[in-house]
Design a protein. Structure first.
Length: 393
């Protein structure tokens, strides 16, 4: 088939590589002049690693990333709130922290080994003739040739979501974050995703990501995350780094050690998230995948893993089903249960970790650590963590 993919993020690149290998004629439309990674560190779960294995990239991802065996969250006073471990280091049950640029580069290089038609600097404004052989109306006013299938992989801020799914809504979460990839210090931070919670209004995270492509000295990187209300980000910037470092030292000296050498506020980037609800992911010969279909808050860190799973599933369904509309229906049936599960879990957990409620914070600190020690709940939480959760319908 002749396939257009809009967007060169994780889901777009993975889909492009897989579909091109399967013999389809793939064109990738990207608004930027060249594909580029956006974002900080990612936690690849067993589900994401399984998808990367299908792409033949799992060994490289593991080599460039950093192993993660545990997710630990505490209060500034040291009280354990959350403590989840992967299944005793068993094969297939591990996490890998990785710089988004590292994963992007692996996927991008994989696409360059195929005959993909790259069209950078071609933003897509809308879709035409969805039911027949769709075309793309570009931002420069030009209409493209016709395609057998259009895949919208343009992220959680998708400009095409409402055209494919008119009933979709994707409000911006009130809470966002400031993040940065910082060089590892002389005190190694081990193989844990480590977090500190001060009530529900402060969440700080450190994730080892292994290789840091942007570091000129070749030092391994740590992804730093500071939760913040979106409307408080201008105040955070106005107060300056010294005030931020002082507050960080009072909450978590270990994280302050990493941030202390930073002198340029531009090192920190702003992240905002959307809660995407799409009753339908497909319309005629067009389909939404990745965050365009099911963007969510980062509480469970499943965005990249779900995107990779979408790409693998879509390629498999297009190989096994004809006509294309049947393949899209099978893809949606395969991926919606897992996406709904994680959307529901993320939506439920967001107020527990990102809100202004003191009562919720007190209840969380009192009971969640106990829940982590109960076998049934611990198994369920671990099952969710590694990317195997799904709703039974």
């Amino acid at each position: 088939m002749k396939i257009a993919i809009i967007g060169s993020g994780i889901s777009g690149l993975a889909s492009a590589a897989l579909l091109s290998r399967d013999g389809h004629s793939v064109s990738v439309f990207e608004r930027f002049d060249a594909p580029r990674p956006l974002g900080a560190g990612l936690l690849l779960q067993p589900s994401g690693l399984l998808a990367l294995n299908r792409l033949g990239l799992v060994d490289q991802a593991v080599a460039q990333g950093a192993p993660v065996s545990r997710l630990i969250g505490r209060t500034p006073k040291g009280r354990t709130v959350l403590d989840l471990r992967y299944a005793d280091g068993k094969p297939g049950d591990m996490g890998v922290g990785i710089h988004r640029a590292s994963l992007f580069n692996l996927l991008h290089e994989s696409t360059l080994e195929t005959d993909i038609d790259w069209r950078p600097g071609h933003g897509v404004e809308r879709l035409l003739d969805l039911e027949d052989a769709p075309r793309l109306m570009l931002e420069n006013g030009e209409a493209t040739e016709r395609f057998d299938l259009v895949i919208a992989a343009d992220g959680s801020h998708s400009s095409l979501r409402r055209q494919i799914c008119p009933k979709a809504h994707a409000p911006v979460y009130p809470w966002g974050a400031m993040w940065a990839i910082l060089p590892e210090t002389q005190s190694p931070h081990g193989d844990e995703l480590d977090q500190i919670y001060d009530g529900c209004s402060v969440m700080i995270g450190l994730l080892p990501v292994g290789a840091n492509p942007s570091d000129p000295h070749g030092r391994p990187g740590v992804s730093f995350f500071w939760s913040l209300r979106g409307d408080a980000i201008p105040l955070w910037k106005a107060e300056g780094l010294d005030a931020f470092k002082k507050r960080l030292r009072s909450l978590w000296p270990r994280a302050a050690e990493l941030v202390e050498p930073v002198t340029d506020p531009a090192v920190f980037a702003e992240a905002r998230y959307r809660d995407c609800v799409c009753p339908n992911w497909r319309n005629g010969r067009s389909v939404l995948i990745g965050d365009a279909a099911h963007g969510m808050s980062p509480q469970l860190g499943q965005g990249a893993n779900l995107a990779l799973g979408d790409a693998v599933s879509l390629a498999a369904q297009l190989k096994d089903h004809a006509p294309v509309t049947h393949a899209l229906k099978a893809f949606e049936a395969d991926r919606k249960p897992v996406a709904r599960y994680y959307s529901l879990m993320s939506r439920s957990l967001t107020p527990v970790f990102q809100s202004s409620s003191r009562i919720i914070g007190m209840l969380r600190d009192t009971f969640m650590g106990v829940f982590c020690r109960l076998p049934v709940l611990r198994n369920w939480m671990s099952w969710t963590l590694v990317g195997r959760g799904r709703l039974p319908w």
